[in-house]
Design a protein. Structure first.
Length: 265
């Protein structure tokens, strides 16, 4: 059976997982590899990227792992240069990095605002800035930004920075999509809903707002129209489709992968 991404190169920013199990970036990198893509797995923590690389290599895929701060222009440029030196091209840019700092406009420290905007939004801009010239030279490419259903529906007033940065990421995605459509480049955003990934347990303060992990998980399941959270593979499978030629006329889409959460009240 022909693989959907045979011969393509995918650069996955945030390809590691912050804890045991499958994070969105880790699953996406492995899913791309299983469909034949060569992978550049990037994470701030090299060991996390290397774990993803190890999984891909053990399955017979091709992958290199790199460390870098995606909010640093020099780091991003260096990553893109290494990717091109290794594989000769970049067909898929997958921006998966995201963090949150809790607080409403009064309680939130301005420094925390800057950090979240740099990591969640500026990183995607910097990646596009460095990768788009490569894709223009090729005459083709796909950019997939991982946003959030929180960009459409506010679930918590304490998640100001996350909500705003992801809403802006949607606009960045569509601006790139319309600006480069005539030159063979597509850009789409995937909006995960309430997903059961290691990241959701990483902000202990947020978990404790629900009364601990057990109540936190139960509450998230209850909020989902399906009665259950999604997982990283739901996001990864959508990403593979959007990166493939089967989605060749899909551009500028803001795609919720949320079991219908964005429709509920």
């Amino acid at each position: 059976m022909e693989k959907l991404l045979e011969g393509k190169v995918a650069l996955v920013m945030g390809a590691g997982s912050c804890g045991p199990g499958w994070g969105n970036g880790k699953a996406a990198a492995v899913a791309y590899a299983r469909e034949g893509a060569k992978i550049v797995a990037v994470d701030l923590d090299l060991e996390r990227a290397q774990e993803t690389e190890s999984i891909i290599l053990k399955e017979g895929g091709k992958c290199i792992s790199l460390a870098g701060d995606v909010s640093s222009e020099s780091d991003v440029k260096g990553i893109v240069d290494q990717a091109v030196n290794q594989w000769g091209r970049i067909d898929v840019l997958h921006n998966n990095v995201g963090i949150a700092k809790l607080g409403d406009p009064v309680a939130l420290e301005s420094a925390d605002w800057d950090i979240v905007m740099d990591v969640n939004l500026k990183s995607a801009y910097l990646a596009c800035k460095s990768v788009l010239p490569v894709m223009l030279k090729q005459g083709c490419g796909v950019i997939t930004n991982i946003s959030s259903v929180a960009s459409l529906r506010v679930l918590s007033g304490a998640m100001l920075t996350y909500n705003v940065s992801k809403a802006a990421l949607n606009n960045l995605t569509q601006t790139v999509a319309i600006g480069y459509a005539s030159r063979g480049i597509r850009a789409n955003a995937i909006l995960p809903g309430l997903m059961d990934t290691p990241m959701i347990y990483d902000v202990e303060e947020y978990v404790e707002m629900f009364g601990g992990k057990e109540k936190f998980v139960a509450s998230r399941h209850a909020m989902c129209p399906t009665g259950k959270m999604g997982d990283a593979w739901d996001v990864a499978n959508a990403a593979v489709f959007l990166a493939s030629d089967r989605a060749k006329y899909i551009n500028g889409v803001i795609l919720p992968v949320d079991g219908g959460l964005n429709l509920s009240k």
